[in-house]
Write a protein that binds this ligand. Structure first.
Ligand code: PLP
Length: 903
């Protein structure tokens, strides 16, 4: 029997799969136990040894988890020792199945040795675990104690005895004796919601397993080992760095008054004196979890729905009477259920609060969301991040301000700038020509743009930098470095990080550092450190002066894209130390874009999505990351599938110059967790594992074709495509069965291609080869974003690229200023050669790739025309093939010369 259950990997893959590997080991143990129970004496000694080995390998992890817990583990060992193979197999099965399905969180049976009757149950079960109405959510509490191992059982017992019928939740204590074990438990035990530290515990773990040591390494440095005196606060900090949502309590007999007021105690929720207040600790634990569990808006909406309210305002569907009494639309009511309508209202009274002027439970819900996402404040938005982005643009940018922006970003930013009158300074992302897509915006061209503005005395107009993080295809920026390097040039630059796809990243320590709010927290603490001040003085301007730099960061998240909110649920998270200077403008912008009838269910779902992420986001995201890495491996290591399909690796998606660490794939030999985290800290770009560019060109399919095939023949839906790829996204909703579904489909398709090529002989093979070549090798160059026409530039001789896009946009409203030329006609080639210049009247956005290849006022280059002519996609927004390209007429442009005000 293998010592390494299937899927076991070292490095970052091991980090994500530690919990899954534990379940795998239990499954293996169950198989061995079954063989022992049915084996009729065959191989008994070998099987017994295998079982003992599995149990020994499980021991360190079991010590960190509440279920099955010491009592059932003792029973398992006893049955192995007494050769009670039937009992051993039954217990191994029960535990293995309960772990696999997580049923121990709800099912009292999971906690029993099977012959135990009800009489024993109250002592061994977390009481009140049950189903339906009786169900109390279950969690585990880590207790770190200086006591000998022999005292741990009584520590558990003391805490269990504090349980009361009226408790809203039920928890099981997990006792460990060292800081290292506490950190390990924080990593591997998804059920933890709180940590109680009894001062005086040891530093080092009793286990020295290399796999577990590897998990620890990035979180505990050697220097920490010396700091025995501060183990309590050190542990608190380590726990909260890994999982900031956990509540940490410290019980100590030190001078609690002084300690509680110290900065080091900031990560601790409450400090207790000695053991004198066990009940207080218990109540605090429940209170802390209750605070995360409470969803003020959703709770109130549920309450509202149950009240017999008569409505005399708009919205006939409210209370559902127009539906349930209808002869013709009753099926809508039956389909959605009564609660949807009972929970509808256009009123903002009755405790429903107002999204436009929140003072009650929406305000509290927004504050909780800000806490969860690491910001100072947050704003719920019910029309998607498209609207969140426009709100931020309008709030922060006034006409004439220069906004540095990735041309490849979502269209809401371009439209937001038209509305706000900001002048875009477009910067090109690095191209991935081979996949017909752009990567992300590197730091160098951003700095170049800022320095050009500085050289021309226009830096004061540079208001904001807009970046997409991560991009649709998974490019994750080095947020901290980007902000540091930009602030060194322009200390009050505002950052808008469009994290539409990346909200989930907050909930894994792996990616959090690369979110806007994660990096903001790091910058804030950096700017406070005396050591940084010194470095800054020595850096001669390469680092921002902490006394001058302003940290002004905005993040927009499509909560519906990566968390459990209804479609269009979005959030703006703000960490702006100068927010007071823009608060009024922000409010106006919010009023401008927000419906006066926001959807109550979307608001409630934002509240609930926050609850979920604060309580189980860590577990869900770790599992999603694990699944994504596993799926990548299944595809790329499969001998047949990988002939035709590939999951593009970080090395393929990110040019080497942006991967100085040489990180090239997840779970590579020699890349342990610490080294991978080193790459995350230093490389300019990192690839989000959950966004898998599945290359299909080698199978002879373009992205659109392949997407259609997956949907029609395999019931698999994907969204984004490129010329020779589709994007497979893994999120917190996906399961191993989903992975199996896709892998099976790819295997079926690969077999079908093999057969077709074999049956069709040479002619078929030659056609296939030519098709693959056209998709994989003959790819069109991606066009740069050229420039704005001189009329829209303050100074045509300037080296800076900003332009008055809004003037161009509105010029096109005048029919007499517009003209059309056919894309394939001779006129275009003639004008490209001899003028007059072709100037776009519109945004032209082909899908795929989905970025504007023309914006209003932009001069159309030969490269853009070539690219458009080669495009073989059906959907091109802003372009009507029958009419041709919509341009601004040369005489209309001439008439405007010198008249386009810049501000
Ligand atoms: C980077 C980016 N930002 C913003 C949006 C818009 O988000 P929403 O669909 O929530 O309006 C999208 C949508 O795909 C996007 O890709």
């Amino acid at each position: 029997m293998s010592k390494q259950p299937s899927g076991e990997r070292a490095g970052i893959a091991g980090f994500f799969s530690a919990s899954q590997l534990r379940v795998d080991r239990w499954r293996t143990l169950h198989r061995v136990a079954k063989a022992l129970a049915t084996g009729n004496g065959k191989d008994v000694e070998k099987l017994r040894k295998d079982a003992a080995d599995e149990l020994a390998a499980l021991a360190p992890l079991e010590d960190l988890c509440g279920y099955p817990g010491p009592r059932l583990m003792t029973l398992v060992h006893e049955r192995l020792q007494t050769a009670d193979w039937t009992g051993f197999a039954r217990l191994a099965q029960r535990i293995s199945v309960s772990l696999l399905s997580n049923s121990y969180r709800d099912d009292p049976e999971a906690w029993k040795g099977e012959e135990e009757g009800e009489a024993h149950a109250p002592e061994v079960l977390p009481p009140s675990i049950g189903r339906g109405q009786a169900r109390k959510p279950y969690f585990e509490v880590l207790v770190v104690t200086p006591g000998e191992r022999s005292t741990w059982a009584s520590t558990r017992e003391v805490m269990r005895r504090l349980r009361r019928e009226t408790d809203e939740f039920v928890y099981e204590p997990v006792v460990v004796g060292s800081l290292e074990d506490a950190v390990l438990a924080t990593i591997v035990n998804y059920n933890l919601q709180a940590v109680v530290l009894f001062d005086g515990f040891a530093y080092a773990s009793q286990y020295s397993l290399p796999d577990l040591r590897e998990l620890l390494a990035p979180h505990l440095t050697q220097g920490d080992a010396a700091r025995d005196a501060d183990l309590g606060t050190l542990a608190a900090r380590a726990v909260r760095t890994i999982r900031p949502e956990l509540d940490v309590y410290l019980a100590t007999d030190r001078d609690v008054g002084t300690l509680a007021g110290a900065d080091e105690a900031a990560p601790i929720r409450r400090v207790f004196y000695g053991l004198e207040e066990m009940l207080e600790i218990h109540l605090s634990i429940l209170d802390g979890v209750g605070d995360r569990y409470a969803t003020p808006y959703f709770d109130n909406l549920k309450h509202y729905a149950q009240r017999p309210i008569g409505t005399f305002h708009a919205l006939p569907v409210a209370r559902g009477k127009s539906i349930f009494k209808s002869n013709w639309i009753r099926d809508m009511g039956e389909f959605y259920g009564a609660n949807l309508f009972l929970a509808e209202s256009s009123a903002t009274t009755g405790g429903l609060d107002s999204l436009l002027e929140p003072t009650g439970n929406i305000k509290v819900a927004q504050d909780k969301a800000a806490r969860a996402l690491g910001g100072d404040r947050s704003f719920f938005v019910t029309n998607g991040t498209s609207t969140s982005n426009k709100i931020v643009h309008q709030a922060l940018v006034k006409p004439g301000d220069i906004v540095l922006i990735d041309r490849d970003c979502h269209k809401s930013h371009h439209y937001g700038l038209v509305l706000a009158g900001g002048q875009p300074y477009y910067i090109d992302a690095f191209p991935l020509t081979q996949y017909s897509m752009y990567g992300s915006l590197a730091i160098k061209p951003i700095k170049r743009a800022l320095l050009q503005l500085k050289a021309e005395g226009k830096l004061d107009r540079a208001r904001m930098l807009v970046l997409t993080n991560c991009t649709f295809d998974g490019h994750v920026a080095n947020v901290e470095r980007t902000m540091l390097e930009c602030l060194a040039i322009k200390p009050d630059l505002i950052f808008l990080w469009d994290e539409a796809w990346f909200g989930f990243a907050r909930f894994t320590p792996f990616l959090r550092r690369r979110t806007a709010m994660g990096a903001t927290a790091k910058l804030r603490s950096l700017f406070k450190s005396p050591e940084y001040k010194k470095r800054c003085q020595e850096s001669k301007g390469a680092l921002p002066d902490p006394d001058k730099a302003r940290i002004r960061v905005y993040e927009t998240d499509s909560v519906h894209k990566s968390m459990s909110s209804l479609r269009q649920g979005s959030i703006i998270v703000v960490a702006d130390q100068d927010f007071h200077t823009v608060e009024a403008a922000f409010k106006e912008a919010f009023f401008t874009h927000t419906s006066t009838s926001p959807n109550l269910q979307i608001i409630a779902s934002l509240d609930v999505a926050r609850r979920q992420m604060e309580l189980e986001g860590y577990e869900l995201v770790q599992r999603a990351l694990q699944l994504a890495i596993e799926l990548r491996r299944e595809i790329n290591d499969h001998p047949l599938i990988s002939k035709y399909f590939r999951a593009a690796t970080p090395a393929e998606m990110i040019p080497a110059e942006y991967r100085k660490s040489e990180f090239s794939d997840y779970g590579m030999p020699g890349w342990n967790v610490a080294k991978t985290i080193g790459a995350l800290n230093t490389d300019e770009f990192f690839l989000d594992p959950t966004r898998i560019t599945l290359l299909c060109g080698n199978a002879g399919y373009d992205g659109t074709q392949f997407k259609a095939l997956l949907s029609s023949d395999h019931d698999i839906q994907i969204n984004k495509t490129s010329r020779n790829s589709v994007l497979v996204q893994i999120n917190i909703n996906n399961t191993r069965s989903d992975m199996a579904h896709l892998v099976k489909a790819l295997a079926d398709m690969s077999r079908a291609i093999e057969k077709r090529l074999a049956d069709g002989g040479e002619p078929e093979q030659a056609t296939f080869k030519a098709r693959v070549k056209s998709l994989v090798t003959d790819v069109p160059d991606l066009p740069d974003c050229s420039r704005f026409h001189d009329v829209f530039r303050e100074n045509p001789k300037s080296a800076t690229a900003e332009g008055n896009m809004r003037a161009a946009y509105y010029l096109a409203y005048d029919a007499s200023a517009r003209e059309y030329v056919k894309l394939n006609g001779k006129e275009i080639d003639e004008r490209l050669k001899n003028g007059p210049e072709l100037v776009s009247a519109k945004f032209v956005i082909p899908y795929p790739p989905g970025f504007p290849i023309m914006v209003p006022g932009q001069v159309i280059s030969p490269e853009i025309v070539t690219f458009m002519r080669k495009l073989d996609v059906k959907e091109i927004h802003g372009y009507n093939a029958a009419m041709g390209l919509e341009l601004l007429k040369p005489d209309a442009l001439a008439a405007l010369k010198g008249k386009v005000a810049n501000r």
